[in-house]
Write a protein that binds this ligand. Structure first.
Ligand code: ADP
Ligand code: MG
Length: 328
């Protein structure tokens, strides 16, 4: 089981940012309103995620770590055919298999919290420990890949690993604006975002993630056609950047990186830009769920539109229209 978990971990846990993603997604699943992420050495030494979600009952606590892959993966051959969604329910055991992990939690009705922990494997003979803990859950992951030196070698510097984690959290911050988010690295606060409740909190978040300049140069978009609706902002062409790091595009709430979308937006902005620089945007596309297939892979999120020409035309048209509106 340890081996199978470690193999599964290769899929789920590629680097600290992937651990952050799994833990934060668990917090969101648990209905958290506020999530705090602490990292040390870019997450190589420590990743701690705390939330105020519904918590885990005492008798469920060991299961969260002990559940293993054998029910889904009977052999290595099976393992190869399992896609990423096949690993649902395996994130915590997989992370545990390559780290020292402590899971602490308290439900709303419990007087105190409980914790379970392990290093590389879960020992079910060790009883959960009582601990002081606010309602919610905290997961602490130390020394990632301490027992798989070959994998550890592939990790980059702490600053690169931090950048990956930050990038994922920034995408989340613009997607789940209803949730408060804090990121600290070596106790230094890098992100402190209140839930968005009005224009001021929304602008504060946009500013924290995209910077002052984006705010000053932004053009509001709110265009609809049939079931398609595009909202958000793009920066006036004068702000377009040399790198593509300020491109956030959400399809039905999910952040996707899509060549079709990037192409449509670049083309729409190209005339006005007089350069090959990258457009900057934070855009949300809503459409009939049946018209889109969002394929979630651990490394990338891809999207396939049933009628991509229609979506392309709409995006292109919406941005062109706003650019025309801006002309004196
Ligand atoms: P999955 O999320 O696919 O169910 P995980 O291994 O990520 O699998 O988590 C295992 C289980 O542990 C979850 O199904 C959930 O019941 C519980 N759990 C994990 N993290 C949290 C959390 N932050 N809050 C509440 N429950 C959690
Ligand atoms: Mg999960």
């Amino acid at each position: 089981d340890v081996l199978i978990n470690q193999i599964a971990a290769g899929e789920v846990v590629e680097r600290p940012a992937a651990v952050v993603k799994e833990l934060v997604e668990n917090s969101l699943d648990a209905g958290a309103r506020r999530i705090e992420v602490d990292l040390e050495q870019g997450g190589l030494a420590l990743i701690r995620v705390r939330d105020d979600g519904r918590g885990i009952e005492l008798d469920e606590l060991p299961l969260a770590l002990a559940r293993h892959a054998t029910s889904k993966i009977a052999s290595l051959a099976d393992l190869e055919s399992v896609d990423s969604l096949g690993f649902r329910g395996e994130a915590l055991p997989s992370i545990l298999s390559v780290s020292r992990l402590t899971l602490g939690s308290r439900t709303a009705t419990s007087e105190h919290g409980w914790s379970v922990s392990g290093a590389g494997a879960f020992d079910s003979s060790v009883a959960p420990q009582a601990l002081a803990h606010p309602p919610g859950t905290s997961v602490e992951v130390c020394d990632l890949f301490f027992n798989t030196p070959a994998r550890r070698k592939f990790l980059k510097s702490p600053s690169t690993e931090l950048r990956h984690a930050e990038q994922w959290l920034r995408r989340l911050a613009l997607g789940r604006t209803d949730v408060g988010l804090v990121l600290r690295h070596e106790r230094r606060r890098l992100m402190d975002l209140a839930p968005v409740t009005d224009d001021a909190t929304r602008d504060a978040r946009l500013k924290a993630v995209c910077g002052d300049e984006f705010l000053e140069h932004r053009v509001l978009v709110d265009e609809s056609r049939h079931d398609l609706r595009l909202t958000g902002w793009f920066a006036r062409p004068s702000f377009s950047r040399a790198s593509a790091d300020l491109q956030y595009f959400y399809v039905n709430g999910r952040c996707v990186r899509d060549r079709l979308v990037a192409f449509a937006l670049r083309r729409a902005l190209a005339d006005a830009m007089h350069s090959t620089r990258h457009p900057a945007f934070v855009l949300y596309l809503e459409l009939d769920a049946r018209a889109v297939d969002v394929n979630v892979h651990p490394q990338k999120t891809e999207v396939r539109f049933r009628d991509s020409a229609r979506v392309h035309d709409f995006l292109f048209g919406a941005v062109q229209q706003r650019l025309r509106d801006l002309r004196p």
